[in-house]
Design a protein around this ligand. Structure first.
Ligand code: PXL
Length: 270
């Protein structure tokens, strides 16, 4: 048997409620017909009301997970999720530089979708100075783009400028996700800046739903999966936008408050 089936890796935390983090990544790898692997770095006790506790795994054990995967598999692309302290980011950076895990998609998890900061200062610096320069693609949300650049984003021109500033950190390709600024806003615009300087906008309807857990994970996981299958970065990002939008568009009844997006609804995206 050859070892050629598209294999893709998430370096992420487990979210016990299955809506985000590693679980959302693995659901996504599955619907994109890739074989998903996972280096578990942390675990949170979460439910639809929020995250109640979090633990990081021992760094030596994280190292060992990387080592055994590198010994056996042919991973064609990887992604990172929530990496909440500087030592953990250092461990991931070192492993990524040691082994060949393909192009890296960095979901720079710094804030929740509502702008609340999740990362302490040293980790923020390590993310910006050590991890992002390794990224083939970074997928900041609107708030993360503001924090990474020190800019206030008030217009599409500001959003594009923020992407250029993030590219200057060493990231090759960037999607800066948009935000619905007013309650009555019907459309959200994501800005894509590619390594060659070309750019485009991806626009989608705003869905007024509380079931959006896992949105960022699903977007970045789809990009990694599509790159692992040999797609161009631009096409991977377009597919990821379609998958994520389809998964938000149709709710499933799980949990009492902030529920998951619906990966089954995205299975028909080509
Ligand atoms: O969606 C961001 C995210 C990533 N990783 C873990 C999470 C969350 C959000 O809840 O719990 C483990």
């Amino acid at each position: 048997m050859t070892n050629e089936f598209p294999q893709v890796l998430t370096i992420a935390g487990s979210d016990s409620d299955g809506s985000a983090g590693m679980q959302a990544d693995l659901h996504t790898f599955f619907i994109r017909k890739t074989y998903g692997m996972s280096v578990l770095v942390a675990a949170v006790a979460g439910n639809s009301y929020g995250i109640h506790a979090a633990e990081t795994l021992p760094l030596a054990f994280i190292d060992q997970q990387f080592e055994v995967l590198a010994d056996d598999f042919k991973i064609k692309a990887s992604k990172t999720g929530m990496l909440s302290d500087a030592a953990l980011i250092g461990t991931v950076v070192k492993a990524y530089q040691t082994y060949d895990f393909g192009p890296l998609v960095v979901d720079p998890v710094i804030t929740t979708k509502h702008g609340a900061q999740l990362l302490e200062n040293e980790a923020f610096k390590a993310l910006k100075q050590q991890l992002l320069p390794l990224a083939t693609v970074a997928t900041p949300n609107f708030f993360e783009a503001q924090l990474l650049t020190g800019r206030t984003i008030q217009s599409e021109a500001d959003q594009a400028s923020a992407a250029r500033d993030i590219q200057a950190l060493g990231v090759k390709n960037i999607i800066v996700k948009g935000w619905h600024h007013q309650d009555d806003q019907q459309e959200v615009a994501d800005y894509v800046l590619l390594a060659d300087g070309s750019d485009f906008w991806l626009r989608h309807s705003y869905f007024d739903t509380t079931h959006i857990n896992g949105t960022g994970d699903t977007l970045s996981a789809t990009i990694a999966a599509e790159i692992a299958k040999g797609q161009s970065v631009a096409n991977a990002i377009r597919t990821a936008h379609d998958v994520t939008t389809a998964a938000i568009a149709s709710e499933i009844a799980v949990g009492h408050q902030f529920g998951p997006i619906n990966h089954w609804a995205a299975q028909s995206v080509n």
